[in-house]
Write a protein that binds this ligand. Structure first.
Ligand SMILES: Cc1cc2nc3c(=O)[nH]c(=O)nc-3n(C[C@H](O)[C@H](O)[C@H](O)COP(=O)(O)OP(=O)(O)OC[C@H]3O[C@@H](n4cnc5c(N)ncnc54)[C@H](O)[C@@H]3O)c2cc1C
Length: 402
């Protein structure tokens, strides 16, 4: 038995569908980012910030987060329904993804009352933008060796070091920061601490990094004697690794609690059918080719299976035999799937495959090419697919540590 009023959910869903139909902007005359990792211009940033705020004010973001911190106080099924409609309606993405999906749930699960009161509403309304300072130039997968230093000085910490691939680093007001407070700890993990660090302080500099698409979206972040208040420390000194691992569980899908809203504009697998009808193979529409048909059916089947698995993951009795397996597997398989889907779409385009966004000859203005290049963001960010395989091997299948 569901522990919410089904009739209420039906009414909420109908109201949400009507709201998104009426309010989704379709006349945007500039290129919107496909994901929260590709917000590269002020125009995109300001537009998406306003859009997230509007969705939140309408009650369709954080609908299940506690009311006392700015959420809607409803059952999670309500937010799931709103998020599904956003994806179906292909609305612009939610901007503040690191706040909504990692910082927010972390604060709700283990933040102090002060931290919850201070940060959660701003995350939902997009008034305060969050970034994540985990990876360093020499330490990405090998996160436990992070070397950025935080040294206590009275009622402040002094931060020195550099973080890299900081998504939205140049726009963020705060960073979830993993830094070393004790280089002499008994092991490298115990020397790390976790901070909710302000970004607009002096001593913090961000330098945007261009991606292979030519778009921007992340920065290298430099800390040079940057002073942050000591009460930015989350938990205690030495608990940084524990808290970072909990954060990565939200990021990798192994824990729920995210605010909802879609943060990636994924290609709809059925869009490829139009392309297959239009593209020519040996002078005939590609869709008539048996090998193309076979691949199309395989992709559609896989898309359906991924969708069903993500629903199955939310039904506790169906997921309890191997907790985390579906969620962890889903990041790996869905990011790989979208990469292959885009690659197949490009392969249907023959010589036009070489044209990109902005070329007159590009099919659909190069949407599949852009999707393909951007798909690498998701197979690397949040832990690479190889690392995800290691985690599944060790934590789900119980294989020995590599
Ligand atoms: C678009 C994008 C956005 C990002 N945003 C952020 C962000 O906001 N904040 C942040 O902190 N980081 C961010 N990252 C960084 C991301 O988390 C790292 O790139 C990732 O963890 C890999 O680290 P690395 O780049 O140092 O590669 P490395 O760790 O140097 O890995 C290089 C290669 O070696 C493989 N490898 C490494 N170790 C192992 C192993 N033990 N077993 C098998 N294979 C291994 C990797 O899979 C990879 O193929 C982002 C990355 C991208 C692409």
């Amino acid at each position: 038995m569901a522990d919410f009023d089904q009739q209420e959910l039906t009414e909420f869903t109908e109201a949400a569908a009507a709201w998104f139909k009426e309010n989704t902007p379709h006349d945007v005359d500039f290129m919107l980012p496909l994901t929260f990792m590709e917000v590269g211009t002020d125009q995109q940033f300001n537009f998406l910030r306003d859009w997230q705020n509007k969705v939140y004010e309408a009650g369709y973001l954080g609908a299940h987060w506690p009311k006392e911190y700015g959420g809607g106080g409803r059952h999670r099924a309500f937010q799931d329904a709103a998020t599904k409609i956003m994806a179906q309606e292909r609305t612009p993405i939610m901007l503040n993804a690191i706040g909504l999906n990692w910082t927010g749930p972390l604060l709700i699960d283990r933040g102090s009352e002060d931290e919850k009161q201070k940060y959660i509403k701003g995350i939902l309304s997009a008034e305060t933008i969050w970034c994540q300072g985990f990876s360093e130039p020499e330490h990405g997968s090998d996160l436990g060796n992070a070397q950025t230093r935080a040294v206590k000085d009275g009622d402040e910490y002094i931060i020195n070091g550099s973080k890299i691939w900081t998504t939205q680093g140049n726009y963020a007001d705060y960073m979830i920061l993993l830094a070393r407070t004790n280089p002499d700890a008994e092991n490298k993990y115990k020397g790390l601490s976790f901070f909710l660090a302000p970004m607009k302080n002096s001593g913090v500099e961000t330098v945007p990094i261009k991606k292979l698409t030519g778009e921007y979206g992340f920065t290298q972040t430099f800390f040079t004697d940057a002073r942050i208040p000591a009460n930015c420390l989350m938990g205690n000194e030495g608990e940084g690794w524990l808290i970072a691992m909990q954060t990565l569980e939200y990021e990798r899908g192994a824990r729920s609690g995210q605010a909802g809203g879609h943060v990636m504009m994924m290609a709809d697998p059925t869009d490829i059918l139009g392309l297959a009808r239009e593209a020519k193979l040996n002078g005939r529409p590609a869709i008539e080719d048996p090998a193309v048909q076979e691949e199309l059916v395989a992709l559609m089947t896989e898309a359906r299976a991924l969708g069903l698995n993500s629903r199955r993951d939310k039904i506790q009795p169906l997921a309890q035999d191997r907790p985390m397996s579906l969620a962890l597997g889903s990041k790996l398989s869905s990011t790989d799937f979208y990469q292959r889907l885009n690659a197949f779409a490009i392969s249907l385009q023959g010589t036009r495959a070489a044209y990109y966004v902005g070329d007159d000859s590009a099919h659909d203005n190069g949407i599949w090419q852009r999707g393909y290049l951007n798909s690498f963001s998701a197979t690397i960010g949040g832990g690479t697919s190889q690392i995800q395989r290691n985690i599944i091997g060790e934590h789900v299948l119980g294989l020995p540590k590599s």
